[in-house]
Ligand binder design. Structure first.
Ligand code: TNX
Length: 527
């Protein structure tokens, strides 16, 4: 208690322009073992801390290629700020130890890890590489925030003593980025991936096509990208990914244990495709490109045979670029498609996804058709969504459709925080930080069995967002809350404790150059 009062006093002095005493700074630099987002499943603090020094090595006993890659990633984070060499070696011993497989790791599953820290070593063990990687993210957060800077900083570099054992609540912890309304370059997408990886997000859903732009080059229908990708909201130049660009994104994500889920939205949200190929239109006439922000005015031509030749080609080429299991076919806001046409369309398209070896994800409107046996529906309703629509999704869930929860008034990162937020939309209301965090995915949709929930996802629609700074302002600080809902056991859920842990992330974002929204709901440390 006295200790934390001293810290508060030190922080207060810093804010007033008086340098904090070096001893207080050093003490403040050792984060308690449970000050991690997402909250770990179990934390047992105790014993001596571990201190990194210029003699510390990163050890990968056994030395698999993947453990070596993860060690290289960790070294890449730690070397610039500590100034230490941190050699990676396969010899066992003290230091930072990344242990893959072996005794006691089987129960950690595909993504879990154990981290134990004491005077001689900080050891991360996992059954699988993804677990090691997530453990490395925890280790980052246990080190002083200055570790995130890219120039040499003063230590000491201490990790509190004790043990964390951690596994995720849900298999799907996603983030969606809309690269159609505004195009984002490969470098911008990579930056977002790096940010997602810090919070153990494991799926990146890319919204690759919409009325305003088609963003992936396909061999079979080249004008989709070259013409359909040539603009964006507001009429800027747009852009698209070549297949090599797209493979680079998929690889970069995979190296950080995120699987890319590509979305081609249909039958609505298709103006860019309809503008590129006249024959896809029922009347045979291509509409102009679209740079506004309305929705619901476009539809593929359900009765035409060429529509399904087109879809077969598109899904075949996208599936071939996709190592992951899922392919998202959209299906939302098809207001220009009759209900019968919508059902007929989905009956024809879902088997094409299966034919190319993938599993369908669709926005929850898919539950109004006949979802395929293994299909996943992404729920994006909000407080004003009608009872009948909710019941339809819950019914589907009881019949085996699994759910990804993205309630728009909780998980939509493009909703304004409040009336003063300069970016974003507000059709689902304002979504402040507490509102985005304070709900339980397991009991959220009445009537849907808890085990139908595959996980959560935070969509970021980009009608109003043009730069990485814009994305970051909307995603931070809400994204880590959705990531925590996906990862942490329900028993850790507590706004009061969460906002303290979240506050401690602020200086990390400052160090990383992430310009986040300084929500007054969060007790950020004085800068
Ligand atoms: C609804 S969410 C949409 C998108 C918009 C978004 C803006 C969904 C499946 N459709 O087309 O970009 O709202 O918040």
């Amino acid at each position: 208690m006295l200790f934390s009062l001293l810290l508060v006093a030190a922080a207060g002095m810093g804010a007033a322009g008086v340098p904090a005493a070096p001893r207080a700074q050093a003490a403040a630099a050792t984060a308690p073992l449970d000050r991690v987002v997402p909250a770990p499943a179990s934390v047992r603090p105790g014993g001596d801390p571990y201190t990194l020094t210029d003699r510390t090595g990163i050890r990968i006993p056994g030395g698999s290629a993947e453990a070596r890659r993860i060690a290289g990633y960790l070294a890449g984070v730690l070397r610039p700020s500590t100034g230490y060499a941190l050699p990676v070696t396969t010899r066992d011993g003290d230091g930072i130890v990344l242990r893959l497989g072996g005794r006691g790791t089987a129960g950690l599953g595909a993504e879990g890890y154990r981290l134990s820290s004491g005077s001689r070593a900080v050891t991360i063990s996992a059954a699988r590489p993804a677990g090691l990687f997530h453990g490395v993210q925890t280790l980052r957060q246990l080190l002083p925030t200055a570790v995130e800077r890219r120039t040499e900083q003063a230590g000491p570099w201490r990790v509190a003593g004790g043990t964390i054992a951690d596994t995720p609540r849900y298999a799907h912890r996603g983030a969606m980025l809309d690269v159609s309304r505004h195009f984002f370059t490969v470098a911008q997408v990579k930056r977002y991936i790096d940010e997602l990886a810090m919070y153990k997000v494991n799926r990146l859903h890319l919204h690759l096509s919409d009325d305003q732009g088609w963003r992936i080059a396909l061999k079979s229908w080249p004008r989709l990208a070259t013409y359909g990708g040539s603009t964006q909201v507001g009429g800027g130049p747009g852009g698209y990914y070549t297949k090599d660009d797209y493979r680079a994104i998929v690889r970069y994500a995979a190296d950080r244990y995120l699987t890319v889920v590509p979305e081609i939205d249909m039958p609505g949200h298709t103006n860019a495709a309809l503008a590129s190929y006249a024959e896809l239109n029922c009347n045979g006439q291509a509409p102009p490109l679209y740079t506004g922000t309305s929705v619901g005015f476009s539809s593929l031509c359900v009765p035409k045979k060429v529509t399904y030749d087109f879809i077969d080609d598109v899904i075949r080429e996208i599936a071939a670029l996709t190592p992951g299991r899922y392919l998202h076919i959209g299906g939302d806001e098809a207001h220009s498609t009759s209900h019968d046409d919508y059902v007929a369309f989905m009956d024809k398209v879902q088997p094409v996804v299966a034919k190319y070896g993938k599993t369908v994800i669709g926005w929850h409107q898919l539950t109004g058709a006949h979802p395929a046996k293994d299909a996943v529906a992404q729920y994006w309703g909000y407080d004003k969504t009608g009872a009948a629509e909710r019941a339809q999704v819950a019914d589907a869930a009881r019949n085996g459709t699994r759910l990804i929860l993205s309630p728009a008034d909780r998980a939509y990162l493009d909703m304004k925080y409040d009336k003063n937020t300069p970016l974003g939309l507000s059709w689902a209301g304002y979504v402040d930080v507490r509102r985005s965090y304070d709900w339980d995915p397991g009991s959220y949709l009445q009537g849907a069995p808890a085990d139908s929930v595959l996980g959560v996802e935070a969509p970021l629609w980009t009608e109003t967002l043009k730069t990485s700074a814009h994305l970051e302002y909307m995603a931070f600080p809400r994204l880590p809350g959705i990531a925590e809902l996906g990862w942490s056991p329900a028993g850790t859920h507590d706004w009061g404790a969460y906002k303290e842990r979240l506050a401690a992330q602020g200086p990390r974002w400052d160090a990383l150059g992430i310009d986040y929204y300084h929500s007054p709901e969060v007790p950020w440390p004085a800068r």
